[in-house]
Design a protein around this ligand. Structure first.
Ligand SMILES: [Fe+2]
Length: 263
């Protein structure tokens, strides 16, 4: 008589995936062509193995889910903006249009740089959110009736997005003003800002900061891209270092401009 025994999965007692740890044994009799099922004598050991394997899977799944939540979270920027801006207000209309054109421009720049492998999804999301702090500033010309100086909209935006659980998007807010504000510059000009470097560090932060310079929040020209000349003149007012950073980015980001701005 030829017999052989193996463990088989049991839907009722264990996870079908745990084939080797099943407490059920199947015995096949090749002569009579019959098969019988019985519990293994080693059942406690098999259950222990099953328990350990199950625990491993649960723990593993937990960390995988956490990783995806942390690093690959999909967000809806407009939904976040609508938590802080009343619909159809001047501030919201200006913010949405400005964010849209900056996101489009930043995406175009990023797509020209495949060799640098920029995170385009992040760039689009963060570009949509980079100015979320403006409503807390005192800028009646764009419908913002807060009390803080407009220059602070970056740090205010950072706080908002950190509270939203978006620390990387938050840094884009803080680091996009001008071509970045160094601690030395903040101290030298006694700007109403915390004394720390607020300069774009990552490629994504730099691209968004760069793209932002091409658009104003002037209601009549929200979608009109500024000429490179005009941007350079405007940055020059803040010093050589600020202006020369933009010039470096023009080369690094292969920007030729569309020069549609008539000044
Ligand atoms: Fe902006």
């Amino acid at each position: 008589m030829v017999c052989f025994t193996t463990s088989v999965p049991s839907v009722a007692l264990t996870n079908p995936g745990n084939f080797f740890f099943s407490p059920l044994l199947a015995t096949f009799n090749a002569n009579s062509r019959s098969c019988s099922l019985q519990y293994s004598n080693n059942r406690p050991k098999l259950f222990a193995l099953y328990f350990l394997d199950h625990t491993r899977r649960v723990v593993w799944d937990y960390f995988i889910i956490k990783f995806f939540e942390q690093h690959m979270r999909t967000i809806n920027p407009k939904e976040i903006i609508s938590k802080y801006y009343a619909p159809y207000t001047e501030a919201m209309e200006i913010l949405l249009t400005h964010s849209e054109v900056v996101a489009e421009k930043a995406k175009k720049v990023a797509m020209r740089l495949p060799e640098l492998n920029p995170d385009i999804d992040f760039i689009v999301q963060a570009a949509w959110l980079h100015d979320i702090g403006i409503f807390q500033t005192n800028a009646p010309g764009i419908g913002c009736t807060g009390s803080e100086p407009y220059l602070c909209h970056g740090v205010l935006g950072r706080k908002i997005l950190e509270d939203e659980g978006l620390p990387l998007h938050a840094l884009v807010c803080e680091r996009h003003v001008g071509t970045g504000l160094s601690k030395a510059l903040i101290e030298k000009q006694n700007l109403p800002l915390p004394r720390r470097d607020m300069v774009p560090v990552t490629l994504e932060e730099k691209i968004i900061c760069f793209a932002d310079k091409f658009f104003s929040k002037n209601k009549k020209r929200l979608r009109q891209e500024k000429s490179i000349d005009r941007i350079q003149k405007s940055l020059q007012k803040h010093g050589d270092a600020v202006a020369s950073q933009f010039d470096k980015w023009l080369i690094e980001f292969k920007e030729t401009g569309n020069n549609t701005d008539s000044l």
